[in-house]
Design a protein around this ligand. Structure first.
Ligand SMILES: NC(=O)c1ccc[n+]([C@@H]2O[C@H](COP(=O)([O-])OP(=O)(O)OC[C@H]3O[C@@H](n4cnc5c(N)ncnc54)[C@H](OP(=O)(O)O)[C@@H]3O)[C@@H](O)[C@H]2O)c1
Length: 245
């Protein structure tokens, strides 16, 4: 079974919401023991309950990914991990003039430094075992300019760059590293943008927003043995570009 994760442990960051929760549930349904990461214990308990209702195995590990010491502690508490999904991310959109230094720093801390520290801590054991998969959550904003998405898109473009570097660094040991560039997706995080976000569907060929489950399936594919020869790729799950004119 190419999508069978039995006997494997997966750490999914930001699994208390949206795409991360859908990914945690999808991996657990396929047999993975899932380490559910986030900050909010109530939302974490909901994810764990969802997984356990379906007969899966999950446990919660809390960490604020803006704090490098907490990231390192999360890696230690997660233990031996076969699949790492760097999903947790923040998106606070503002024009360049309106982006203060704290917002700039927060994007790099959570969206870039935390994945870096987790890969730094967890990939060596994958290399030693000769097996493992990392999937990073990116965005169309990494490559396409958008009003207010500058720092967010830059953090994701850097994460895509690291994806290619890590694929080259760990690939010789059988550890694959890929990314999913998600299009506009209905999640708790995007719900706060209301109708403005719904309008993003018009910038997509499919003319609709994605469901978190659809992005999760792309993540699961890249993490699975079915993607055994896919390494260093950024898979576009963006619903396609609309025709111009
Ligand atoms: N939704 C979209 O349209 C879209 C499109 C492209 C890419 N993406 C990317 O996909 C990923 C998930 O997006 P989403 O829409 O599902 O997000 P979301 O609903 O806002 O959830 C964000 C998750 O990240 C966690 N998180 C945020 N800041 C954190 C911090 N400092 N420390 C620890 N955890 C933190 C949250 O955990 P707690 O609340 O428990 O702290 C939550 O679980 C992000 O990387 C995002 O950039 C999303």
């Amino acid at each position: 079974m190419p999508h069978d994760f039995s006997g494997r442990t997966a750490l999914v960051t930001g699994a208390t919401s949206g795409i991360g929760r859908a990914t945690a549930v999808a991996l657990a349904e396929r047999g993975a023991a899932v380490v559910v990461h986030g900050r909010d214990p109530r939302r974490a308990a909901e994810t764990v309950a969802l997984i356990e209702e379906k007969g899966g195995t999950a446990r919660f590990e809390a960490a604020d990914l803006a704090d490098p010491a907490e990231v390192t502690r999360l890696a230690a508490r997660a233990g031996s991990v076969d699949v790492l999904v760097n999903n947790a991310g923040i998106f606070r959109f503002a024009s360049t003039a309106d982006t203060d230094q704290a917002t700039f720093g927060a994007h790099l801390d959570v969206n870039l430094r935390a994945p870096f520290l987790l890969v730094q801590a967890l990939a060596p054991a994958m290399v030693a075992r000769g097996r493992g998969a990392v999937v990073n959550l990116s965005s169309g904003a990494a490559a396409t300019p958008g009003f207010g998405t500058g720092v967010y898109g830059a953090s994701k473009a850097a994460l895509e760059s690291l994806t290619r570097v890590w694929a080259a660094e760990f690939g010789p040991a059988g550890v694959r590293v890929n990314a999913v560039a998600a299009g506009p997706t209905r999640t708790e995080g995007t719900a706060v943008h209301g109708e403005a976000f719904e309008a993003a569907a018009q910038s997509v060929a499919l003319r609709r927003l994605a469901d978190a489950d659809e992005i999760a399936e792309a993540v699961v594919f890249l993490a699975s043995d079915a993607a055994g020869y896919v390494n260093g790729a950024t898979l576009s799950a963006m619903g396609g570009l609309p025709a111009l004119g």
